[in-house]
Each structure stands twice: as structure tokens, then as C-alpha cells.
Design a protein around this ligand. Sequence first.
Ligand code: HEC
Length: 182
Amino acid sequence: MLGLRILAVVVALMVLVGACEETPQAEATTDQDAPSPGTATAQSTAMPAPDANAVWAYIAETQPYTQWQPWPGKPDMYPGQSPHGAYLKLYVNPAAMQALQAGNTTMPDRAILVKENYAADQSTLVAITPMYKIDGYNPSAGDWFWAKYGPEGQVMTAGKVDSCIECHQKAEGDDWLFTKLQ
Ligand code: HEC
């Protein structure tokens, strides 16, 4: 009997945990599994709502993207093409990294890619263009939230941005991503 009860409790907990995972905006989890800086996992903090300022706060302060890894196999900075910068840096959050390390370029829910766009002098940061995967957010365009910020986080555009979507559509078969695993 006791065994059955324990089983029932375990099942109930699993259902609860599963329910929480389906709401990205769920409240922050307790601090006990708070990650140390640099080893953060995307799952350990509440994800931002699909809102330009919330996403900026997350990538600039909550989980600073500058502490994330570069796209595997890409140098820290590499030449880009129009309309992005002359030079680019591409950072991926732990959720994205996990998929990429498993050889998977289809990004999971909560994956964030942050691209810094630099001028030809390789030091003037011109814009920051993230893509943030939110399951169910925009199924007709890969469920990506797109944004473009100035170097200080000024919102230039955000959301289901037509211009981003129209061009990235060429890479639709690769989860709307141009960058490949090498
Ligand atoms: C005219 C085409 C075009 C438009 C418009 C465009 N991109 Fe891109 N994007 C590219 C190309 C090409 C790459 C590959 C990197 C490179 O060489 O510049 C890229 C790369 C990226 C990457 C790195 C992941 C990947 O797909 O390789 C992100 C993130 C990104 N773009 C975000 C955006 C956002 C956000 C917008 C809108 C504000 C946008 N892009 C608009 C063409 C475009």
C-alpha cells in the first residue's frame, strides 16, 4: 500500500513538473538550483515573455549572452554579409548548445541565438539581433521571436518581424537558420 502511495505521489509530481514546463512564463523556480554564473542552464530561470524589453533584460542581465558559448566551430568573430554586420559574433544559450552538441540544428523551445553585428573596423558594435524559440509563438515561421537592438539595448524592431522572416525563409528547411554545423 505504502509503495502505491509513493508511486501516486511521484506520478502527481511528474504531472505538475510537466505542466510547469509548458508555460515558459511560469514563475521563477526556487533558488536552490540557481546556477553559478557561466554554467547556467536555460531551464533554471523563468524565460522571458515574447516582449522586446523582457528579452533584452534577460539576455543583457538575467543570463548575459556574453557569457554564453559561441556557435560550435565558429571563431569568436567572423566576416558576415548584408544586411548583418561586416563582422559577426554568434552566441548560443545552453538550451541551444545542448541541441547543437547533439548534432541537431533544429532548435528546442527556449533556445536563444544572439548575434552581435560589428562594423568593418571589427570593434564598433552596430546592432544585436537575437532569435528566441518559443513553442507555439509563430508556427508558420519556425516559432521564432525576432528582435533588433542598438548597442545599448534600444529596441529597433521585435516580434514576428516580416523583414527577418522573409529573408530567413530561404533557410526554412534548416529551422530558419543560415549558419550550419561544421
Ligand atoms: C536579407 C536577408 C536577411 C535579413 C533581412 C535578416 N537576416 Fe539574419 N541572417 C542572414 C544571413 C545570410 C545570415 C548568416 C550570417 C551571415 O553571414 O550574415 C543570418 C544570420 C542570422 C542569425 C544567426 C543564425 C543564422 O540564421 O545563421 C541571427 C540570430 C539572425 N540572422 C537574426 C536576424 C534578425 C533578428 C533579423 C531581423 C531583424 C534578421 N536576421 C534579418 C540574412 C538575413
